[in-house]
Design a binder for this molecule. Structure first.
Ligand code: ZN
Ligand code: ZN
Length: 369
């Protein structure tokens, strides 16, 4: 009996510690407290190492997270239920299940693909630049396919579910999504000759900038970053990516360099007269964990069950969200194209009206002469 009580006690304590660690990590408290320790000791020597720099950035994120929440509290716009509860539960769920899967996938892909790399390169600054461009390409492949292959959208849609933007959104993911991301990215990078050491550095920059892209618009309303925004992906671009306005759908897939978005035609800056509406097109209860996490999977299952033939069932799995076996498709790219065509038509009509007004004004002035 005593053994059972001790085991129960240990389980409760472990659960409590796990929850404490998760809340602590979710609030980025480790970063803030580390900064206090450095300041107290007056010793910042560890910041001269790569680990020190990434740790410093985590500290900055911690402070931004704190200011983001404080700003919302001051403006009385802080809604813990709508804005932070769901991201926290999803982070917790992912930690419970997927924490170690991703690390295993990275190691497995490096081991599997290294012998087939197109060349073996030593680490250098130009290989780093090459590596980063390859990484962004790989990320584009992962991200584009996540939006355009229905089964993969089921994983990725969780990240697009929040109806507001703040730093906690970066952790809102289906637990298998990072596994897919790493499998695609690490495989492509290693096969294209990016050395694992360089890859590790790129991955840490990517995760730091990837988190920064989700900075709240309440905290930083204009995040276009001026001229820099023409060269790199900014939080403003990523807000556009999270929007469900027709013009913004399926754009800005990159994380830091916008080169592939520009090359493949998916680059879209934020426009002043189109206010971003966050979320996904499907009607969804953003307060329901089950709907956010499994809603898209359920919809896909329904479509597969009711599809008339085996071919249609398979197509539902691999075609873009919105594809329909009846031919009545409502995909994101079609919706965006419809918007662009309508806007072009409006411009044409407005130009035509201006030209005709100018012509009639000229005719009037000639007749009065
Ligand atoms: Zn996305
Ligand atoms: Zn995002």
């Amino acid at each position: 009996m005593m053994d059972i009580i001790v085991a129960l006690y240990q389980t409760v304590v472990s659960l409590f510690l796990f929850l404490y660690q998760e809340i602590y990590g979710f609030l980025h408290m480790d970063g803030i407290l580390e900064l206090f320790v450095y300041a107290k000791k007056g010793d910042f020597s560890s910041l001269q190492t790569w680990d020190g720099i990434t740790s410093l950035l985590r500290q900055i994120w911690g402070i931004i997270f704190f200011l983001e929440v404080t700003g919302l509290l001051i403006k009385r716009k802080f809604k813990i239920g709508e804005d932070y509860r769901m991201p926290f539960f999803i982070s917790l769920f992912n930690s419970l299940i997927g924490r170690y899967i991703s690390i295993g996938v990275i190691a497995y892909c490096i081991g599997l693909c290294s012998p087939y790399a197109i060349f073996k390169a030593e680490s250098s600054w130009y290989i780093f630049i090459y590596g980063y461009i390859v990484w962004e390409f790989a990320y584009y492949v992962y991200h584009w396919s996540s939006h355009n292959v229905r089964i993969l959208w089921c994983l990725h849609s969780v990240h697009h579910a929040p109806k507001t933007m703040n730093l906690s959104v970066s952790g809102v993911r289906f637990f298998l999504e990072l596994t897919y991301l790493f499998a695609v990215n690490v495989t492509i990078c290693i096969l294209l000759g990016v050395p694992p050491v360089i890859l590790a550095i790129i991955m840490s920059i990517d995760s730091i900038w990837g988190e920064m892209l989700h900075i709240g618009d309440n905290f930083l309303p204009n995040a276009r970053f001026g001229f820099l925004g023409k060269l790199i992906i900014t939080p403003s671009h990523h807000r556009v990516h999270h929007a469900r306005n027709p013009l913004y759908l399926d754009t800005n897939y990159c994380v830091l360099l916008n080169v592939w978005d520009r090359l493949f035609g998916s680059y879209q800056p934020e426009e002043d007269d189109i206010k971003i509406e966050y979320g996904i097109s499907r009607e969804m209860n953003s307060d329901s964990f089950l709907d956010v996490y499994f809603g898209e999977i359920l919809d896909l299952c329904k479509d597969i069950i009711y599809a008339p033939t085996l071919k249609h069932k398979l197509l539902y799995i691999i075609m873009p969200p919105g594809w329909n076996h009846t031919g009545d498709h409502k995909t994101a790219s079609m919706e965006r194209q419809r918007f662009l065509d309508a806007r072009q038509q409006e411009h044409r009509e407005a130009n035509f009206q201006t030209v005709s007004q100018e012509r009639s004004a000229n005719e009037e002035s000639i007749s009065t002469i």
